[in-house]
Design a protein around this ligand. Structure first.
Ligand SMILES: Nc1ncnc2c1ncn2[C@@H]1O[C@H](COP(=O)(O)OP(=O)(O)OP(=O)(O)O)[C@@H](O)[C@H]1O
Ligand SMILES: [Mg+2]
Length: 267
């Protein structure tokens, strides 16, 4: 499937970016899927990695969760070569390493005594393919467990999607502390690429207040692009399509394309 958008020219090699927030339902998967598809449309060779047993990013790009030969679980457990787990999606320059419920026990398996550096399994597994892509986008599960730790230990940057609500600010303090620990102990390269406001509604006073509070605390770490609430974004996954393919004229498609450009400038 092709979408006609003018391609960017410059490329940067092998950037791995985690989309992480321990809070559930904040737009991690919607953002990971749509940013990955947007980067592909802009001409960047992109690999989307589903690191959540819910497998929402997998179905979100039209890949059935059942009957998969290999998943990210097999990669992390050393049961397949990483190349064999990669699926070419029907979308421009977008590949996928899928996940399904089989990943649910992997947090526990990674912590077994015979894994010497359980947080570094993903980094080691991806080392051989990292530079074959311009971007590797990881959709993390809603927790700060061993799967998310692996992703953050392997990544160059982290994007924190968050909804403009009061509790989000409290969760962000905890997440910032965790990021600090990971950077210090496991991955000094890790940068907080930025905070992405999702399901934003500028007409709601709370949305505006939370945004102001974030800007006060995190300044230019807050992306200029905010993703507005858009019903087409919530419909697209049931058709297994990123928004740019489902309805490229939707506000959500414009928002994620603008965000892809901003991310590329920053990453
Ligand atoms: N900008 C948006 N406008 C409207 N609906 C949205 C938007 N972003 C996400 N949603 C919807 O909100 C719900 C949660 O989004 P999503 O699944 O991306 O969050 P998540 O953080 O990945 O959740 P989980 O923590 O369970 O993995 C979904 O139903 C999704 O379709
Ligand atoms: Mg998700």
């Amino acid at each position: 499937m092709a979408v006609s958008i003018i391609k960017e020219e410059k490329t940067k090699m092998g950037k791995m970016i985690s989309f992480a927030n321990q809070k559930g339902g904040v737009g991690k998967t919607t953002s990971a899927v749509n940013i990955a598809a947007s980067l592909g449309v802009l001409g960047y060779k992109t690999l989307l990695v589903d690191l959540d047993p819910q497998g929402n990013a997998t179905s979100g790009v039209g890949v059935a969760k059942k009957g998969l030969k290999f998943t990210i679980k097999d990669v992390l457990m050393g049961d397949c070569k990483i190349e064999d787990s990669i699926i070419q999606t029907e979308f421009e320059k977008l590949s996928l390493i899928p996940a399904n419920m089989s990943l649910a026990g992997t947090e526990f398996d990674l912590l077994q005594e015979d894994t010497p550096e359980p947080w570094a399994v993903m980094r080691n597994a991806f080392a051989s393919i990292k530079d074959q892509y311009d971007y590797i986008i990881v959709d993390c599960p809603p927790s700060l467990g061993m799967l998310t730790m692996n992703s953050l230990s392997a990544s160059d940057g982290v994007v924190i999607p968050m909804q403009c609500e009061y509790y989000a600010l409290e969760g962000l303090t905890q997440l910032s502390t965790t990021l600090g620990h990971i950077k210090k102990r496991y991955n000094p390269r890790l940068c907080m690429t930025g905070i992405l406001l999702t399901m934003h509604n500028p007409r709601l006073a709370l949305s505006v207040q939370v945004k102001e509070e974030l800007l006060r605390h995190y300044g230019d770490r807050v992306f200029t692009t905010a993703i507005g609430r858009n019903v087409r974004l919530s419909e697209a996954p049931s058709f297994g399509q990123p928004i740019l393919y489902y309805d490229k004229r939707a506000k959500g498609a414009r928002d994620y394309l603008a965000f892809a450009k901003e991310l590329h400038e920053r990453a």
